[in-house]
Design a protein. Structure first.
Lengths: 934, 88
């Protein structure tokens, strides 16, 4: 019911909205929650597990019950929104969640008639042991239908989200009285200040009074102060790196903004949260936190009920009751858990009946409370239902005392200490430059001890501690009875505090209940860890502009546009997009790969190899650095010549491979694998800077500088020769490099091969590669992609680091011992290769595998010595259909494989028959290497 | 996210850096001369303390240089960063 006057609302600006299809109206300044209350709507949702009717518990961010779905059109449907945090706007469409068929008549609510249908640990008990089958058949489908929150949106979000970094001397979180005072003090000292608050209006509990909030005007006038309303600090990172989610809802589509603030000092003024009280059916709509009811009356001029009963454990409830009385409500009675309530006489003087040492045995009513059973307390603190008397009411106020809101303090790795006088956990030691001020630092004074409150409710039925996850005092008592002592285990077993509200209202009561059930004190029981986010944050805010094409950067080689225009099929290789194949019209991918392979074997093919990592090493000691790092003999490499180079880790396992070319005495051009470029540079820099700092050698990444066209095939020289100036191709031997001009472009011309055919890798500045590419295509080269490249290299038994290797493979295992420089004193990993383990003859070694049944083996299939063997002796690393050989081929690693050529092994994988494979040498094509040197 | 002071570039966000393991693990001058056990210790044995840890970082997305840092493994507080060979 809306009051005729008062409140921080604008009655002159009516706003229309709908809830579950019915039209209502509110006014500017309303939240969805206050507007619904003003229209007499108290039933706002159904609970998570039991589908119990639920209404508003609070007026703020801690709201566990009133989760609604907002629908602002396609892509703008937002589930699980707290009605208390939604400012009302014209045309707002909201719906209740988790109900069937309707909110008022929910069939699943029958679940709660069966009492403890889903007690603590239900999932564990049913899922394990003999109940497992029943879980899958019966319970899981049922629970998946019944339990849950809102529906996830399906359409892409059309709105924009921004990210912003900020620095300040003082970040103040919470704009209540204490926060404003802290911000003013810091601003006067000359600090840059950011003051944020989750509410649309700054002021905290000061908003319960009318008029301008003191201090805000001075802050607004100060250019060094940034005020951020509707901004929640949700994550507290190391060294005062705090993440804030600001809700903007700007008409230009900018919806939310993530602030990442690095502050010299942080002041937490996050206040305290009022606790509910545990009694039977304390979750009925109309049962509300006392301070929330006061807030609805004071801030939004809405009376949440006409006749109220207050259950008090703290004096603050009296202030709320008096305020509601002044606003026009009748206070039917105050029941106080305490034997001697300090404000009893004040209340009686206002004509309010006060019953000390009383509690509530149960609430009455359906989807709205209609009365309570007021009962005197037994010596154990529980209400004596036998002596209960009914009191009619439409509103029950709970004043359970206050919990300092220290979630962010805890995220900052601050230690909470129990303060007996305050009856609360208060901030203790913290390593960050962080201070707490106001109610979060001191609490709001003790009331009836929370331990006594919990002890009096251990046996009550349907006394909810965590309303959002439907956890009752009995659930927690059951968990303790079943042996759970550690509070973190009780939390997980019962799921108390694990809902989206992170136990804001129920956390303290939950651990007090666990303490009472186990006969321990609250500090002995301890508290659970607060984890980010403080309140739910939308994915849009976290993602910001990193979505769609900006989600992950894509690197493309210089021929990409050409390939795209010709319908190439691409594959991601790390961040690179590489052409897999260039299918012609009507050609399947498999056919295209076969055609490209044959073109290379019979004529000449062209591959964009620009993605290879490239490092230029210069300096008088460049050769010495490489000599100490790579396995190869580098000093003996003459300028103009190349070597297949291997880099190990110190543990002796292959790390990367590439081609090392010596351009001059003091200059090398090194290639790495596509994925290994950054790692190789890092490793070489590590040795250059920290192990061998005396060497004068410098490393420069040139990966993006050079575009590389690999022209491979028997006709490669004949195609290339007419385009080359300044070099006699016929005189350029295999594994040589020279400078030349190719198609008019200055180039580093390598004669190298990754196919087994004679071939060239022509390096030109990246932006010139498209021109070179066109010239080579015009000369008759067939473009081929990475699929053909893989087949061609496997036919020659050339390994790919990361495919034939997995971090446990040495060069000797791969038969690459020939690459190791003879008589070298040292290189990275040399000592490890001398270990006995590395010399064992039964290490897994590279072999070729020829399928005896003619089928393509599966990469990753395990290799067995016999069909019945139980232990794998290796696995298939690569398998391809070889067009040149007309049959499938495979490479694999096999224990002692080099000595087992001619043996048959069985490839196996789940649910497939064994496949016999003949062990053969790993080189299938031109084993003598005649073509390469031709 | 940590704020790490590169001894050459000054304080920069953690994402510019790459961790490079425990510091002051000297590579044996003549690996061939050390026993298998001593070599295994060089490869694999690290102090992994609960508390102050001397470790290496590289300003990978900045100047590219390696440096030493003292970090508390419990609080992640970095008390000093120094150039190689320097003492804090």
């Amino acid at each position: 019911m809306r009051l005729p006057s008062g409140g921080r609302i604008d009655r002159g600006k009516p706003l229309r909205f709908t809830f579950d299809g019915r039209a209502y109206s509110g006014v500017a300044g309303d939240t969805l929650a206050s507007a619904l209350l003003a229209n007499g709507v108290h039933l706002l949702g159904r609970s998570f597990k039991y589908h119990r009717p639920r209404g508003l518990l609070s007026a703020g961010a801690e709201e566990p019950n009133a989760l609604v779905e907002l629908d602002c059109g396609p892509g703008r449907r937002e589930p699980n929104t707290r009605a208390t945090m939604v400012p009302l706007v014209e045309g707002l469409t909201a719906r209740s969640q988790n109900r069937f068929p309707s909110l008022r008549l929910d069939l699943a609510a029958a679940a709660s008639l069966f009492g403890p249908l889903l007690p603590a640990g239900f999932y564990y008990k049913t899922f394990l042991g003999p109940g497992r089958e029943a879980w899958h058949r019966r319970w899981e489908p049922l629970i998946r239908r019944m339990a849950g929150l809102g529906r996830a949106p399906e359409a892409p979000d059309p709105d924009r989200y921004a990210h912003r970094y900020a620095h300040c001397e003082t970040l103040v979180i919470g704009a209540g009285r204490a926060g404003i005072a802290a911000a003013l003090a810091a601003a006067e000292a000359g600090d840059r200040v950011i003051l944020c608050d989750e509410q649309p209006e700054l002021g905290g509990r000061r908003l319960l009074s009318a008029g301008e909030v003191p201090g805000l005007a001075a802050l607004r006038a100060n250019p060094r102060v940034t005020l951020l309303p509707r901004t929640t600090a949700f994550h507290y990172g190391l060294q005062n790196f705090v993440s804030l989610a600001e809700i903007l809802d700007r008409p230009d589509g900018l919806r939310e903004r993530l602030w990442q603030v690095r502050a010299v000092r942080v002041v937490l003024a996050t206040g305290a949260l009022e606790r509910p009280l545990p009694f039977r059916d304390n979750d009925r709509p109309g049962v509300m936190l006392a301070d929330a009811a006061r807030a609805y009356a004071a801030r939004w001029a809405v009376l949440p009920g006409r006749q109220a009963v207050l259950l008090a454990a703290h004096d603050s409830g009296y202030e709320a009751a008096f305020a509601l009385q002044e606003a026009g409500a009748r206070i039917a009675a105050i029941l106080d858990l305490r034997a001697a309530p300090p404000l009893a006489d004040t209340a009686r003087a206002r004509g309010i009946e006060v019953r000390a040492a009383h509690g509530i045995a149960a609430t009455r009513g359906g989807v709205r409370v209609s009365g309570v059973l007021a009962a005197p307390l037994r010596p154990d603190g529980s209400p004596d239902a036998a002596r209960a008397t009914p009191i009619s009411c439409d509103l029950v106020l709970m004043a359970g005392g206050w919990t300092p809101n220290l979630a962010l303090f805890s995220q900052a790795r601050g230690k909470l200490r129990w303060d007996a006088a305050a009856d609360a956990f208060l901030p203790g030691e913290v390593a960050e430059a962080l201070t707490c001020t106001g109610a979060c630092a001191t609490g709001r004074g003790p009331g009836h001890p929370v331990a006594a409150i919990a002890a009096g409710a251990l046996t009550a039925r349907h006394a909810f501690v965590d309303p959002q996850n439907d956890v009752t005092t009995r659930d927690i008592a059951l968990a303790v009875q079943e042996g759970f002592r550690a509070i973190e285990h009780v939390k997980r077993y019962t799921t108390t505090g694990m809902a989206t509200d992170q136990g804001k209202v129920g956390g303290m009561l939950g651990l007090a209940t666990a303490a009472a059930a186990s006969g321990r004190t609250v500090p002995e029981t301890g508290h659970t860890t607060f984890r980010p986010p403080y309140t739910p944050v939308s994915f849009g805010t976290l993602a910001g502009r990193h979505r769609g094409p900006l989600f992950d950067p894509i690197r493309t080689p210089p021929s990409h546009e050409w390939a795209e225009a010709r319908g190439a099929v691409f594959e991601p290789v790390g961040q690179w997009q590489r052409a897999r194949a260039y299918p012609q019209a009507g050609e399947a991918l498999r056919e295209a790969v076969a055609r490209e392979c044959l073109a290379v074997r019979q004529q000449a093919g062209l591959l964009d190899a620009s993605t290879l990592g490239k490092i230029e090493i210069t300096g008088p000691d460049a050769a010495e650095l490489l000599e100490r790092c790579y396995v190869n003999a580098v000093h003996s490499l003459r300028p103009g010549r190349c070597r297949y180079a291997l880099l190990l880790r110190e543990d002796g396992f292959l790390f990367d491979d590439g081609v090392l070319a010596r351009l001059a005495e003091d200059r090398f051009h090194l290639t790495t694998t596509t994925g290994g470029a950054a790692h190789v540079l890092h490793l070489l820099e590590d040795y250059a800077q920290t192990e061998f700092p005396e060497l004068r050698a410098w490393l420069t990444s040139t990966t993006e500088h050079w575009g590389v066209a690999a022209l491979q095939g028997p006709a490669a020289r004949e195609m290339l020769a007419p385009l080359v100036r300044g070099c006699d191709l016929a005189a350029l031997p295999h594994m040589a490099v020279t400078e030349a001009e190719v198609a008019g472009i200055p180039a580093r011309l390598f004669r190298v091969s990754f196919t087994g055919e004679p071939g060239y890798e022509i390096n030109v500045p990246s932006d010139r590669l498209p021109a070179l590419w066109e010239a080579l295509i015009d000369a008759g080269a067939t473009p081929y992609g990475t699929d053909a490249m893989h087949v061609l290299r496997a036919e020659k038994g050339y390994v790919i680091v990361g495919q034939e290797t997995d971090g446990t493979v040495t060069p000797l295992d791969l038969g690459l011992g020939w690459a190791i420089g003879k008589g070298k004193r040292d290189f990275i990993g040399k000592r490890s290769l001398a270990r006995a383990e590395m010399q064992r003859p039964d290490r897994r070694q590279l072999v070729g595998l020829a399928p005896l049944d003619g089928r393509l083996p599966e990469e990753g299939a395990q290799l067995l010595a016999t069909s019945g063997a139980r232990v794998a002796e290796g696995h298939v690393t690569s398998a391809y259909a070889s067009a040149a050989l007309g049959k499938p081929i495979a490479l694999g690693l096999l224990a002692g494989g080099r000595a087992r050529h001619g043996e048959t092994v069985q490839a196996t994988r789940l649910d497939c028959p064994r496949q016999p494979l003949l062990v053969v040498p790993p080189v299938f094509w031109d084993p003598e290497g005649k073509r390469l040197h031709g | 996210m940590l704020l790490i002071t590169c001894p050459w570039c000054g304080p920069r966000p953690e994402i510019e850096f790459r961790h490079a393991g425990e510091a002051h693990i000297a590579r044996p001058a003549d690996p061939a001369a050390v026993s298998d056990a001593a070599w295994a210790a060089y490869l694999y044995e690290r102090s992994n303390p609960r508390g102050e840890h001397a470790e290496r970082w590289r300003h990978a997305h900045g100047c590219g240089r390696f440096f030493n840092a003292r970090r508390h493994t419990l609080t992640d507080r970095i008390s000093a960063t120094t150039k190689p060979g320097e003492t804090p």
